[in-house]
Design a protein around this ligand. Structure first.
Ligand code: HEC
Ligand code: HEC
Ligand code: HEC
Ligand code: HEC
Ligand code: HEC
Length: 327
């Protein structure tokens, strides 16, 4: 009895801490106001002699991606249903120099032609002052304010929902399920696993390599022998005394979630084609579209269960249930 009460008190304290620390977008507005006051920032060529991280960042998708998007041209953008709001997370120029900018401004003849700066240093950092260099945002918001689905709508596909996945935001018939790190560890962040520091700036989890085909990320492969570095960090040793166990645990989860995604993919693709020719009022259209939300939530998160295994499992079970009713 007493134990239950203690657990309850603990849980409500945690909820309060969670609400006040955000674990997501909650402090974003204040940060954004500060960020927009901060205008002319000069990009450092080398900062404190850290040539390595500058190169790493420059070679990352963050730096290069917007150029690819613009190079796809108005044709490419039409195909991908681009709208002007899309570039808010992709272009530093839109974020800091010209908030009114629209995608067309970056095409040949536009007022920002050639300004294809993507997510460069100044997007995450402020430079100058006594501290020299600091992050504009804090905690999960550093990465999670862009890596967010913004809103989850049952019946619609989901894009980059890493923030929601980690916070454990449910959708439709799937209830909320916060991840362990987000719920229990106040000072944990995305870049504790996506190790980013004075010597690492590729933003990937150690051991991960990715390949791109034009604008689309086609695959991420993880080398688990290198992934072990994640658990070998000073901050982690206290609880993850045996790094190998952490790796094994993640591996099992990724095999399960990855396998389920593979299993559902053919249904998703086959019915995607069929549905597009069906009457809107056919009950199967609704079934399929709901299935899409559950399926793409996990697929687009792209961590194969590493961000929040329990939620990913629930979402895929629901996707399977919906897809399974299609005949
Ligand atoms: C200003 C928005 C923004 C912020 C802030 C941001 N990202 Fe990204 N991120 C993107 C975009 C856009 C892409 C797609 C570019 C690409 O395909 O690499 C991306 C891609 C990625 C990828 C896939 C990389 C690849 O090569 O496919 C990873 C991993 C990633 N981000 C992690 C992070 C981490 C960790 C942080 C925080 C330290 C972060 N991101 C902050 C927008 C952002
Ligand atoms: C809330 C910030 C945000 C907005 C708004 C946004 N994106 Fe992105 N975009 C991202 C992030 C983050 C990624 C990286 C996703 C990942 O690697 O998981 C990304 C990646 C992409 C990619 C690469 C996909 C891939 O497979 O690597 C394309 C294409 C893209 N966005 C197009 C768009 C379009 C079109 C819109 C408007 C409908 C849009 N973006 C709006 C943040 C955003
Ligand atoms: C997507 C966001 C992002 C981008 C882009 C980015 N950084 Fe960082 N940077 C971080 C994060 C996160 C940290 C870790 C901060 C911490 O641990 O407090 C960091 C840390 C650093 C540090 C170490 C600061 C310290 O106190 O140890 C330096 C130096 C740095 N970044 C320079 C750069 C430079 C130069 C660029 C551009 C070439 C760049 N960063 C681009 C997110 C980013
Ligand atoms: C508990 C550790 C952990 C945390 C915290 C974490 N990630 Fe990840 N993330 C991973 C792992 C592991 C993968 C899977 C890498 C793979 O299998 O390719 C991954 C995959 C991704 C991917 C897909 C691209 C890739 O590298 O394969 C993106 C994008 C991403 N994470 C962004 C984020 C963002 C943004 C946050 C914070 C909101 C975050 N992650 C928090 C561990 C973590
Ligand atoms: C205060 C103790 C504590 C610290 C410190 C800690 N962790 Fe954890 N971590 C845990 C616990 C407990 C779990 C298991 C949660 C579960 O089973 O759902 C966990 C789970 C994880 C997982 C997911 C494993 C899985 O199988 O899903 C990753 C990845 C992880 N931690 C990475 C880290 C990293 C990286 C650090 C250091 C930056 C760190 N942890 C620091 C307690 C801690």
């Amino acid at each position: 009895m007493l134990k239950n009460k203690a657990v309850l008190v603990l849980a409500s304290v945690l909820v309060m801490v969670l609400l006040s620390t955000g674990c997501g977008r909650d402090n974003a507005q204040k940060d954004d106001e500060q960020a927009s006051q901060f205008q002319a920032v000069t990009e450092p060529k080398t900062v404190m002699g850290e040539k390595d991280i500058v190169q790493q960042a420059q070679e990352s998708g963050h730096f290069k991606y917007f150029a690819t998007m613009v190079a796809a041209g108005p044709e490419g953008t039409k195909k991908a249903h681009y709208s002007d709001t899309c570039i808010g997370c992709h272009s530093a120029v839109k974020m800091f120099d010209d908030p009114q900018a629209v995608l067309a401004d970056f095409f040949p003849g536009g007022k920002h032609e050639g300004q294809v700066e993507g997510i460069t240093c100044r997007v995450c950092h402020e430079f100058g002052g006594t501290e020299g260099i600091r992050l504009r945002k804090k905690g999960w918001a550093v990465c999670g304010d862009c890596h967010t689905a913004e809103k989850l709508v049952l019946g619609k596909a989901v894009h980059h929902p890493q923030n929601e996945m980690i916070r454990g935001i449910g959708v439709g018939e799937v209830p909320n399920k916060p991840s362990y790190k987000c719920f229990n560890m106040i000072d944990f962040t995305c870049y504790d696993c996506h190790v980013t520091n004075a010597s690492r700036h590729d933003f990937l989890v150690p051991g991960v390599t990715t390949t791109h085909e034009g604008v689309t990320r086609t695959s991420a492969k993880i080398d688990y022998t290198k992934f072990i570095e994640v658990f070998e960090q000073e901050k982690c040793k206290g609880c993850h005394a045996i790094p190998e166990d952490g790796v094994d645990s993640i591996k099992k989860k990724q095999v399960y979630i990855g396998g389920k995604l593979e299993e559902l993919k053919p249904v998703y693709e086959e019915w995607g084609k069929k549905i597009s020719t069906m009457d809107k009022n056919d009950p199967r259209v609704k079934l399929f579209n709901e299935g899409i939300t559950y399926y793409t939530y996990v697929e687009a998160d792209a961590s194969r269960g590493a961000h929040n295994y329990e939620l990913a499992k629930d979402l895929l079970a629901k996707a399977e249930e919906k897809f399974g009713q299609l005949k």
